[in-house]
Design a protein around this ligand. Structure first.
Ligand code: HEC
Length: 155
């Protein structure tokens, strides 16, 4: 009787383990991964959406420099950098970009943003003013180079 009860217990345990781990067909798993991948792509914001964010921080940076608000200027530079980092990390691209965003960022934005960050921490108004103009020119340089010549910032 004891071993009968033990066997019943084992059978129950086996059923439970099996029930909790229904075997999935490999085909289903691949199809699910594919559909999650395409959903992720669809949910990614487009380059234009990130650009609108960058523009908001660019404009606030200009106002902060005008008001000699160095702390705010440092914050806005940092936000532009963070937004650009996200574009790189998510591999955001579109049919207008002639090269990967990471390459274009290095060419047009990295250096003026670094100079602006340094100038904000040193509260150097003149360097901030000059390099804000360079930054804006470089936004437009990248737009010109990437099929967006009409997208002129600062006009
Ligand atoms: C890597 C090159 C590049 C750089 C650098 C760049 N842009 Fe852009 N920007 C683009 C491209 C490409 C588009 C077009 C996006 C699209 O097709 O939706 C664009 C679009 C925009 C738009 C229009 C967005 C919309 O959907 O209406 C704004 C505003 C903008 N950029 C602001 C800026 C500002 C401000 C800077 C500088 C701080 C800047 N961009 C730097 C490539 C760049």
């Amino acid at each position: 009787m004891k071993s009968f009860i033990f066997c019943l217990f084992c059978a129950g345990a086996l059923l439970m383990v099996h029930g909790c781990n229904p075997r999935q067909e490999p085909d289903n798993i691949h199809a699910e991964i594919d559909s999650l991948k395409s959903l992720t792509e669809e949910l990614k914001p487009g380059l234009g959406e990130f650009m609108l964010l960058i523009r908001a921080h660019h404009d606030s940076l200009g106002r902060a420099i005008g008001l000699k608000d160095f702390e705010r200027a440092a914050y806005e530079v940092d936000e532009i950098k963070e937004t650009a980092e996200k574009v790189k990390k998510l591999n955001i691209t579109n049919d207008k970009l002639q090269h990967p965003f990471a390459e274009l960022y290095k060419k047009w934005l990295e250096s003026p943003l670094q100079t602006l960050a340094d100038a904000a921490s040193k509260k150097n108004e003149q360097v901030l003013k000059n390099n804000f103009i360079s930054l804006t020119n470089n936004c437009n340089g990248c737009h010109y180079e990437n099929n967006m010549p009409f997208m002129k910032i600062g006009y």
